[in-house]
Design a protein around this ligand. Sequence first.
Ligand code: ADP
Ligand code: MG
Length: 345
Amino acid sequence: MLENSSKTDLSSLGEFGLIDHLTKHFEIVNESSIKGVGDDAAVIEYSGKQTLVSTDMLVEGVHFDLSYVPLKHLGYKAVTVNLSDICAMNAMPKQITVSIAVSSRFPVEALEELYSGIQAACNNYKVDLVGGDTTTSLTGLIISVTAIGEALKEDITFRNGANDKDLICVTGDLGGAYMGLQLLEREKSVFKDNPNLQPDLEGNDYILERQLKPEARIDIPILLKALGVKPTSMIDVSDGLASELFHLCKQSDKGCQLFEEKIPIDPMTYDRARQFNLDPTLCALSGGEDYELLFTVPLADHEKIANHPDITIIGHMTPRSEGLNLITKNLVSAPLKAQGWDSFK
Ligand code: ADP
Ligand code: MG
């Protein structure tokens, strides 16, 4: 999906020309970025803090489909999903590196669009692009982003600290990104069967945006600090609520009780799920890619978070022996299943 129709061959710039062309408009905004793009290594300095590092790789045909994902959105999302991992440690992302492997099928203009999305994310989240690598691939596009961030040692939150009776909280709402994907996949197959039909995506902005342009909850570590709350465990919702709860419970050696009625689902997500004959709760539990934050807090912090519009309390931790349970809307207790998305399936 190229908005700009001119096509400049990648080889016309050469590797160094291309790197310079793609990165020259990026500005460094963080004091901790001592040396960015242009030398053999970047230099970063976080005085008195700990450093967090996280990497994700996105492979064309496996993690994204360029027939309906615009390259600008892909660039933005590649950055977002990495920043989300740093936020999930209750830390603040400050730098990224971006590595790409690209086949000659892509013109310079395609990479310009990809980098315009990367730059939009850098500007939005105030992170600096400080390096990367550029190489050739035989067929598709591969993007690997590394996010680097900082936090005070005492603020860093792992997956393994949840205690019995801790409240389970989630930010925003869930299942929207999955419904956005269902819609895009449906329109793609309609188009395949009849290329004369235009995609019918009207009136679905929210779920499409949840899928194509997810945001990292960089606001949450700041909010929690302001509320005086240190989560006991935290993870970001990339594979679906159920799968993430399994991680928190396993690593904390606890069980949980999750209340179906409390799971935050946007009305549009709910309606579209119904139209697709899907259970909205299942979309939230197993859908993934919402990039909200799931965390636990001590019961004593209930007052501090109970009325915050961005945070929903959806259950509590239990002893491990009680297992992981979903209390349904009819008040029946059912064992939770981890149907999170498995990239090797
Ligand atoms: P080296 O040969 O030492 O690996 P490169 O020529 O690959 O160096 O990179 C030169 C500089 O450009 C380095 O600072 C590197 O981090 C940066 N860089 C290379 N590719 C990218 C990219 N795709 N995005 C951002 N920076 C990049
Ligand atoms: Mg290199």
